[in-house]
Design a protein around this ligand. Structure first.
Ligand SMILES: Nc1ncnc2c1ncn2[C@@H]1O[C@H](COP(=O)(O)OP(=O)(O)OP(=O)(O)O)[C@@H](O)[C@H]1O
Ligand SMILES: [Mg+2]
Length: 483
């Protein structure tokens, strides 16, 4: 055991933490680990094949949008080599994020560097593993493009010059990184852009359709739907019709829907927007088993030795309102806490008892930490939001129903105040829908809210303590979440 404690996963024979919260990558492993999304992969892949249209995905934070797009793009890439599609789609090795008030030209430059890096790193992959594939029409043009030859020569001469340097595209060193790539490849900035465009034109000709799949991710991080719209409009003519690029927009909480209201963008967006729903709870056990199989040589034994029973994981998934990233994060917390607390438990019922004890404490601690920071009666809104009537999703327009179903009186103004309090503490999240201009003077009338995983955990603590302001609490909720 090291000074900083032992790795709870290595000790049971796992080579990696099965609960990591990062998105799955566009590679073979990502494909093996993505579970329960067969229809969605088909749908995204179908959209990616459509030239001139931007594939759009919206869904709650942590639901699996980035993983889905990565794996779908990889699937398309693989299908080309299997002869199942004539379009070559290449997943970009970097994803792009817009910054509030970011510079448009800087962003375009970042994209062209990312595209060059993608062409360069994948061609190494092709050369190393599959010499025969170089006879395919796209691939021949790709491997022989002057820019690619020049960049690979630069990266061979100076290991920091080509791929490696470009790999820094989106980090704090990007200024020095761009200087190096300019010098090593002998390009001015605009010349570099032209060279990348020319390369794309060589590879993706009229008979050889396809493109590098570029994802603009987490668009909700721009301050508002309006800001997102303006920024993307400014990029439209610079990026979205470049030959050989296929675009994907990913965002949470309705931001992508608000883009569709822009007359400058609508025609570019592939409609309807793909709403990525939560992975079904029945997929949770296979999803975790896929990870155990990936990261160990004896998955059955690992499953036995894992501190948490997979059925309890599925029940935890329902408790956190089926948010996958939150589930994985909590499972990791639980396993860490078990590792700290001593001897491993292998008997199923004992595992379950320990999990229930941990859950009670975890949720109750969260609840206690919040209670001094919120009006006591604001809990009424959470209770009713989680009741059978709304099951976690509701709108400001539902005020009357909230008042009718509450054991305490709720004024309209206090309702809005409590909503803001819950929002501030991230117990609920708000969907953006600024495209709807006919809201009331309070600006809230059409807003839609969802109870977050954090809100659901606190609600669990309230139910445990039998605290509740709803006249019709969901009696079965406790049983349902506990299978
Ligand atoms: N279908 C799936 N099968 C297995 N694991 C998945 C699946 N979808 C997502 N995950 C896992 O769930 C977590 C969240 O996924 P991801 O990052 O793709 O979500 P997201 O919707 O892009 O989140 P965000 O809104 O924060 O960008 C990651 O740990 C990822 O590995
Ligand atoms: Mg994401």
């Amino acid at each position: 055991m090291s000074k900083y404690g032992s790795d709870p996963y290595a000790t049971i024979g796992l080579t990696e933490n099965p609960f990591v919260v990062q998105a799955l990558r566009a590679d073979e492993q990502g494909r093996r680990l993505l579970v329960g999304r067969d229809d969605e992969i088909m749908e995204v892949a179908r959209r990616l094949h459509k030239k001139g249209k931007i594939t759009c995905l919206d869904g709650h934070v942590g639901v699996g949008k980035t993983s889905l797009v990565n794996v779908a793009a990889f699937e398309c890439f693989r299908d080309y080599f299997a002869g199942e599609t004539s379009q070559l789609l290449i997943p970009s090795v970097v994803s792009f994020q817009l910054k509030p008030r970011g510079d448009v030209d800087e962003f375009c430059y970042e994209v062209f560097r990312g595209v060059a890096q993608t062409l360069l790193s994948h061609q190494e992959y092709l050369k190393d593993r599959d010499p025969e594939k170089s006879q395919l029409p796209h691939i021949h043009a790709w491997l022989n493009a002057p820019l690619i030859e020049q960049l690979s020569a630069a990266s061979r001469i100076d290991p920091n010059g080509g791929v490696a340097t470009m790999g820094l595209a989106s980090d704090a060193n990007s200024v020095s990184a761009s200087r190096q790539i300019n010098q090593s490849a002998g390009f001015e900035r605009s010349g570099f852009e032209v060279a990348v465009r020319n390369t794309l034109d060589r590879i993706f000709t009229a008979g050889n359709e396809g493109g590098v799949v570029c994802v603009i991710d987490n668009i909700e991080l721009l301050e508002s739907g309006d800001a997102a719209r303006k920024t993307l409009e400014a990029l439209r003519d610079k990026l979205f019709n470049v030959n050989g690029l296929r675009w994907v927009f990913c965002g949470a909480n309705g931001v992508i829907h608000s883009l569709a209201a822009s007359p400058r963008l609508t025609a570019f967006l592939s409609s309807p927007i793909i709403n990525v729903e939560n992975v079904k709870s029945a997929s949770i056990i296979p999803l975790i088993r896929a990870r155990l199989a990936e990261f160990s040589t004896d998955p059955h034994k690992v499953e036995e030795e894992l501190p948490i029973d997979l059925e309890d994981l599925e029940s935890l998934y329902r408790i956190v309102n089926t948010n996958l990233r939150d589930l994985l994060g909590l499972a990791d917390d639980f396993c860490e806490s078990c590792a700290r607390s001593g001897k491993p438990i292998r008997i199923r019922s004992k595992k379950h008892d320990k999990y229930i004890e941990w859950l009670a404490k975890e949720t109750s601690d969260r609840y206690d930490a919040l209670s001094s920071r919120i009006s006591q009666n604001a809990w009424a809104v959470l209770d009713i939001a989680m009741s059978k009537i709304f099951r976690g999703t509701f709108g400001t327009a539902d005020y009357t129903s909230f008042n009718q179903n509450s054991t305490i009186k709720i004024e309209r103004s206090t309702f809005l105040k409590w909503l803001r309090e819950l929002l501030k503490l991230e117990l609920i999240s708000k969907d953006l829908n600024e495209d709807l201009s006919d809201s009331d003077a309070d600006g809230l009338s059409r807003d839609v809210f969802s109870v977050t995983a954090k809100g659901a955990l606190v609600y669990y603590a309230r139910r445990k303590r039998r605290e509740n302001y709803s006249v019709a609490p969901d009696q079965d909720w406790m049983q349902r979440v506990h299978y």
